[in-house]
Design a binder for this molecule. Structure first.
Ligand code: SAH
Ligand code: SF4
Ligand code: F3S
Length: 467
């Protein structure tokens, strides 16, 4: 009989990829994915540890799951709760103590062993135990990638593909080097094979993932290593792969090969997430980012020389320990100079075990809130300006989902903007007969004219179909 697994994902795209791969690992063992936790035999929370609230959300979710687990136990059914991801890695044993309803705790590098863990959990629970105690947060020497199934269900035309994991940079605010472990790049051949399998299923856009994706240096199969730029040109050869994106990049690793990939490779999308965190040299140094603001400007300049229409995005942390008003003004100044198309900004959150968390110069909460509001107002202004600059233009949009309105599909522009495309309005005679006339465009690239621009999305009308 088939069983049901419900996976809830928190955090970054890498966790989204991992959740999908966990489903792939479980499928041959009879687990189908479920949309809700209530009737699931196994619930996996794939957690994130990057900021405080992330872990708190997990604990309150476990509280809710415990109730389902008890209801199921009353009808003689065993439900299993597993906590995976970065909170699991960082606080595994503590979590087991704090939340006895948890059966399994596993880290980001051990989920290929899920079937074995489930087996031990089942053994432990035969005989009426309410929860098992299975913990596997190793950093195995052999990578999980060598043990993951090659088959994966298609779930849309845009897919993630992890090519690099872990981080050796140790920014003083960040937990990632502790939760994900040391930097590791997958061999080029494995990545190309995985990309081909995705494309064969109907994927047309792949986002290459890594915590330091542009530090990629995977085995090239010829006795050397390949850079990200070289990998992108290999992937560009795959017929049917129309769009390649990558995230997240570090300013220090933006080499010419990658910059020129944006200029020379049409499938390499004109969008780059290049987090700077702060515009103050003093704070950049205290964060251990190992570059100055001038060096960052220089990278942006080289990028814009090579690809003038490149849309840029960034992450910012406000209220890093010791950040003064002047440091914060430097951040606003950097934002004004770069003008991002999009950006994410956060209040500094002290993370256990990181050097900055024990700094005595912590910035008061109200100062952080005030700075965040000012920064976000400026970033939003620029985002709206960028969106408005695309008004009237024709762009290629990859339609990924149904919109709320009849005849409307949602997709992404090359610059990663969300575009609501109204298929009921179009220039040329399209065959829109049949039951679901618009569904033939789902998963397709279409040419769209932008007719409305808002702060968070665009509206467009169909010009013609492309693939
Ligand atoms: N590897 C990426 C970042 C990964 S974490 C890079 O080097 O840029 C994603 C984002 O979370 C970071 O860019 C940072 O802005 C934010 N972040 C990380 N640790 C944080 C902390 N302790 N407090 C607040 N934001 C944090
Ligand atoms: Fe964290 Fe810095 Fe590594 Fe990014 S580069 S994952 S911010 S330690
Ligand atoms: Fe969070 Fe781990 Fe990603 S801490 S941001 S899920 S790498």
């Amino acid at each position: 009989m088939s069983k049901k697994v419900f996976i809830k994902t928190y955090g970054c795209q890498m966790n989204v990829y991992d959740s999908k791969r966990m489903a792939d690992v479980l499928k041959p063992h009879g687990y189908e994915q479920s949309e809700s936790a209530e009737d699931a035999d196994l619930v996996i929370l794939n957690t994130c540890h990057i900021r405080e609230k992330a872990a708190e959300k997990v604990y309150s979710e476990i509280g809710r799951l415990k109730a389902h687990k008890e209801v199921q136990a009353e009808s003689g059914k065993n439900m299993y709760i597993a906590v995976a991801g970065c909170v699991a890695q960082a606080e595994g044993p503590e979590m087991m103590k704090r939340a006895p309803a948890i059966d399994m705790v596993l880290g980001p590098q051990t989920y290929h062993r899920l079937p074995d863990m489930l087996k031990s959990a089942e053994e432990q629970r035969t005989g009426g135990r309410r929860s098992a105690r299975v913990l596997d947060t190793d950093f195995p020497v052999d990578t999980k990638f060598d043990h993951l199934p090659t088959d994966s269900d298609f779930d849309g035309p845009a897919a993630f593909l992890t090519i690099q994991e872990g981080c050796d940079k140790f920014c003083t605010f960040c937990v990632v080097p502790y939760t994900r472990g040391a930097e590791y790049s997958r061999p080029v051949k494995d990545i190309v094979d995985e990309a081909k399998r995705l494309v064969a299923k109907g994927v047309v856009e792949i986002t290459l993932l890594g915590q330091n994706v542009n530090a990629f240096h995977g085995d090239d199969g010829k006795g050397g290593t390949a850079t990200l730029g070289a990998l992108i040109s290999e992937l560009d050869k795959i017929d049917g792969l129309d769009r390649i994106r990558y995230t997240t990049s570090h300013p220090r690793d933006m080499d010419d090969g990658l910059i020129f990939a944006h200029r020379d490779i049409a499938s390499c999308m004109p969008y780059l997430h290049l987090p700077v965190q702060s515009g103050s040299d003093r704070i950049l140094d205290a964060m251990n980012r190992k570059h100055t603001r001038e060096e960052y400007f220089r990278v942006i300049e080289r990028l814009r020389e090579a690809k003038p229409d490149l849309a840029l995005s960034s992450d910012f942390i406000v209220g890093f320990p010791g950040e003064t008003d002047e440091d914060f003004e430097d951040t606003l100044d950097l934002v004004r100079r770069v003008k991002y198309a999009q950006a994410y900004s956060f209040k500094y959150s002290p993370r256990p075990g990181t050097p900055a968390s024990v700094n005595e110069d912590q910035v008061p909460e109200d100062v952080k809130s005030e700075r965040l509001a000012r920064l976000q107002a400026l970033l939003n202004e620029h985002q709206l300006e960028f969106n408005e600059s695309t008004l009237g233009r024709e762009m290629d949009v990859l339609l990924e989902r149904e919109g709320k309105l009849e005849g409307q599909l949602l997709g992404r522009s090359p610059y990663l903007q969300s575009v609501h495309v109204d298929l009921t309005k179009h220039d040329n005679a399209l065959d829109l007969t049949g039951d679901k006339p618009y569904s033939k465009f789902m998963g397709k690239l279409v040419r769209v004219r932008i007719v409305e621009a808002g702060p968070n999305s665009l509206k467009g009308e169909l010009v013609r179909a492309l693939n």
